[in-house]
Every structure is written in C-alpha cells, then in structure tokens.
Design a protein around this ligand. Structure first.
Ligand SMILES: [Zn+2]
Ligand SMILES: [Zn+2]
Ligand SMILES: [Zn+2]
Ligand SMILES: [Zn+2]
Length: 260
C-alpha cells in the first residue's frame, strides 16, 4: 500500500489525504513542497496554542502557524513583512494580567528557561458582516491584543471572537467573527484590506480607533452612567465593571479602580 503524502493543503494547512506518488514522500500535487523544509520537518517542529494547547499547524499560504481549535495565528518566520512588523510601534495594552507565554520560545528547548511572556499590543480591527449585492452589511469594530515576543520576535494574533449587535464581546450568543485573521486579513491581502492601505500603520490604526470610539459614544450615555469612570489609557475604552456601591468607596469607580 502506498504511503500517505506528507504534504499539506496550501489553503488551510490541513494534512493532505492523497497517496504519495512513486518514490516520493509527496503526492503529485504537492511535489513542489519537497524543497520546503518547514513542511518536510513539520512533525519535528511542533508548536502549541498558548490559549487552548491545540497544535499549531504550518499554513503555507499565510506563511504562518494556525490553531485548528481557536483560529489563533502565530507568525515566527525570520523575515516578517514590514507591513506587519510595524505593529510594534503601536500602543502597548495596559492589562498585564492577560500576557501569554510565547509559543515559539516554549517549543525551543534551548531557550526555555522559564516562560517568555509576550508584550500585549492594542490593535484595532473592523469587519463587515452580512453584506451582499443589495445590502451594505454591518460593520463591527473592536480592539484586540496582539502578542509580541521581545526575545524571538514572534507575533501571536488572538482569534476575534463573538460580538453582539452593539459590537460588545459576548461569550455564547451573537455574531461570530470567524477566521478574521486567516480568512480575512491574510487571505484578502493586508494591503487591500477594507480599502485601507496597511491597516497596521499607526495613522490607519488611529483612524479606526476614532471611528470605534465615535460608535461607542453614540451607543449611549447609559453605559457612562452605570459603569466605572476609568478609561484604559492605551485603548480608550471605558471600564466595563459597575460603579462600586460600597459606602467607603468612591461611587464613580468600580472596586478595582478606586482612586488612591
Ligand atoms: Zn499531497
Ligand atoms: Zn487555539
Ligand atoms: Zn518568543
Ligand atoms: Zn473600573
């Protein structure tokens, strides 16, 4: 019986299901992958998702590694496109709690002295959902953390998640913005993304942030009244925790952001 091709599908990184042809370890269609050491040695070179522990598979079209569980994406190639590399110039996120360990450093036994935590960088995103020939669709906007490893230079892109009709992140109900990085930004080619050239450039990020904040503002004064007055300095987002009702607390802030 012929062996299974050790190649992978260019479009999504799934293992090829065809048989290898002749003496080759690859099928006819994946013969071109023979020279690609990233594919040939993929099995010796495994990385795991820092969120759910799923295996990150090499995805040729995006020259990236993808988590099949959550659609998170790891970029750890030597030459990262300057249009992506410029993310390091963007504001760092304030929230230190959610820093994740770098998947690249973790898999490299030579440098796994402890766990290298990635720096969180705030990146604005926008996506049109449900547009068609006669309908314009709905624009969802948000901000997400992109992890950057100061040691090895890897980037980790979290999956975007689920949003309700007000653009607020929800856990189970609501619109799922699926494969934003993989099917959206990477596939559409980041230069043409939403007609914005270079979405990660500082001025475009600034513009997207203004549009997101305008939307939040128009959504209501109600939120401003119920929730803590603390504004995250990096993202410009108001704290989502209710104001404290404890009589020793400042009634304008939550328990976490009480003024000193
Ligand atoms: Zn194949
Ligand atoms: Zn994952
Ligand atoms: Zn690293
Ligand atoms: Zn607060």
């Amino acid at each position: 019986m012929a062996n299974r091709c050790i190649g992978i599908r260019e479009d999504n990184g799934d293992p090829c299901q065809r048989n290898a042809s002749g003496k080759s370890e690859f099928c006819y269609q994946h013969k071109g992958q023979e020279e690609n050491y990233l594919i040939r040695y993929a099995k010796d070179d495994t990385y795991f998702c820092p969120i759910d522990g799923g295996e990150l598979r090499y995805w040729p079209r995006g020259d990236a590694r993808l988590c099949g569980e959550c659609e998170g994406l790891l970029l750890n190639e030597k030459n990262i496109d300057p249009r992506i590399q410029c993310i390091v110039e963007l504001p760092k996120a304030e929230d230190e709690d959610e820093r994740i360990g770098c998947p690249t450093c973790k898999s490299d036994s030579d440098i796994s002295v402890g766990e290298n935590l990635m720096t969180n960088i705030s990146v604005e995103w926008a996506e049109i959902v449900g547009g068609g020939q006669w309908t314009s669709g709905q624009v969802f906007r948000g901000v997400t953390n992109v992890g950057y490893c100061e040691v090895c230079g890897s980037f980790w892109f979290n999956e975007i998640g689920k949003y309700d009709d007000k653009g607020k992140r929800v856990d189970d109900r609501g619109i799922r913005i699926k494969g934003f990085w993989t099917k959206g930004v990477w596939r559409r080619n980041i230069t043409t993304w939403l007609d914005n050239h270079d979405m990660f450039q500082e001025h475009n990020q600034w513009q997207m942030r203004q549009m997101r904040l305008q939307k939040i503002e128009s959504l209501g004064k109600r939120k401003i009244q119920i929730y803590c007055n603390h504004i995250d300095s990096a993202t410009g987002i108001q704290c989502g925790i209710r104001k404290s009702t404890k009589n020793t607390h400042d009634a304008d802030y939550c328990y976490k952001h009480q003024p000193e």
